[in-house]
Design a protein around this ligand. Structure first.
Ligand code: HEC
Ligand code: HEC
Length: 314
């Protein structure tokens, strides 16, 4: 077999060199396998490094981006990022991810269009991001976009109907009557919802009555609360995350608080109590007044009548 091959090479006028190489085979084979080994070590190292990079980016994406974006699952608070790198050039995307606010301030038309589609919600600059990570994230998004189903596609909820129990559970969590499982601070210490009784509740955070529509419904609000992306909320809940069932109840509560019926129901109760208190108050008042003043009134009128009668007869 070997000899045949050698012969073959030897027959070829150009194969002297090859032939001689083959003759030095023992050394050359050793060298070649050494080379191959070296190459595969380098390749392996490269693969390891790049997959470590990929993993780092995936981890970063999961922590910092999935509260607002899916890849292939539809829109959340921000647009679906599937194929985003073919919608807009990379340079722009990196600049935007590094400092979204600067793009809005510069009145970049594409950024403003995205903002309008997001109903005015602005992407926040994610802490710890740099150009290298932004590029790694875009690589990740590109790779995930090619898959049939990305690990970041999220799961859009089917039509959700909340029960009254969900809403009540949410109301209790919001007001702190039910303690948060991971010991996070009660929402009411920083937030109000119209239905939680007007001025009761903290003022540090925004009013949350219409947050269900403001943060675009079930999927988006659920994702938002799973990893709140804003500075204060992040610092409060990063180490003490809300549990899945707590989030479900809270979202149910916010939906009912923002919807006509939920709102009207609670306002109705408030107004009814005002009116009833008012009615009750006037009844009590009337009884009291008639008790106190009734006699005086008569005491004024009777003598007058008497006097006029006396005058009339005289
Ligand atoms: C608080 C929610 C939020 C977070 C967190 C967030 N984004 Fe965004 N993102 C948005 C919104 C909203 C838009 C649309 C523009 C706007 O209104 O700010 C957007 C737009 C984008 C765009 C442009 C999309 C397009 O269609 O051209 C990219 C790319 C992007 N985000 C990447 C990221 C990455 C990567 C992260 C994580 C590091 C991230 N975003 C975190 C809300 C968010
Ligand atoms: C320590 C105070 C504090 C607590 C406790 C707190 N929040 Fe917040 N929250 C804030 C602040 C401040 C903001 C404004 C954004 C930011 O800086 O994080 C905010 C923003 C929000 C938003 C976004 C509102 C919007 O219109 O963009 C939601 C939703 C929200 N909080 C829900 C909750 C829920 C639910 C709880 C209870 C489980 C809670 N918060 C507990 C301070 C708090």
């Amino acid at each position: 077999m070997k000899n045949k091959r050698l012969k073959h090479y030897d027959k070829d006028p150009n194969s002297r060199y090859c032939g001689s190489l083959f003759k030095k085979k023992p050394v050359s084979r050793y060298a070649r396998s050494l080379n191959a080994a070296a190459i595969s070590v380098v390749l392996l190292a490269f693969a390891l490094v790049s997959s470590a990079h990929g993993q780092e980016a995936a981890e970063f994406f999961r922590k910092n981006c999935t509260s607002c974006h899916w890849i292939g699952g539809g829109r959340l608070i921000g647009p679906d990022l599937k194929n985003v790198t073919s919608r807009k050039d990379r340079d722009w995307l990196v600049r935007f991810i590094l400092d979204p606010k600067a793009m809005f301030d510069a009145r970049d038309p594409y950024a403003l269009k995205l903002k309008a589609e997001a109903k005015g919600v602005m992407m926040v600059k994610v802490p710890g991001i740099n150009a290298k990570m932004a590029n790694a994230l875009l690589d990740l998004i590109e790779a995930e976009s090619r898959l049939d189903s990305s690990q970041f596609a999220g799961k859009a909820a089917a039509v959700i109907t909340y029960t009254k129990e969900d809403i009540d559970a949410g109301r209790k969590i919001f007001s702190g009557k039910t303690k948060l499982k991971n010991n996070g601070r009660a929402c009411i210490s920083c937030h109000t919802v119209n239905t939680s009784g007007g001025s009761l509740g903290g003022r540090l955070g925004p009013e949350l009555t219409t947050v269900f529509t403001r943060l675009q419904g079930h999927n988006a609000l659920t994702a938002w609360l799973s990893a709140p992306p804003t500075p204060t909320m992040r610092s409060v809940f990063q180490a003490r995350p809300l549990e899945e069932d707590e989030i479900k109840s809270l979202v149910a509560y916010f939906e009912s608080a923002g919807s006509e019926t939920g709102y009207n129901y609670d306002t109705f109760i408030v107004w009814m109590s005002v009116i009833l208190c008012g009615l009750g108050g006037s009844v009590v008042g009337m009884v009291l007044f008639s008790g106190i003043w009734g006699n005086r009134f008569r005491a004024v009128r009777r003598p007058l009548v008497k006097v006029s009668k006396l005058r009339g007869t005289s």
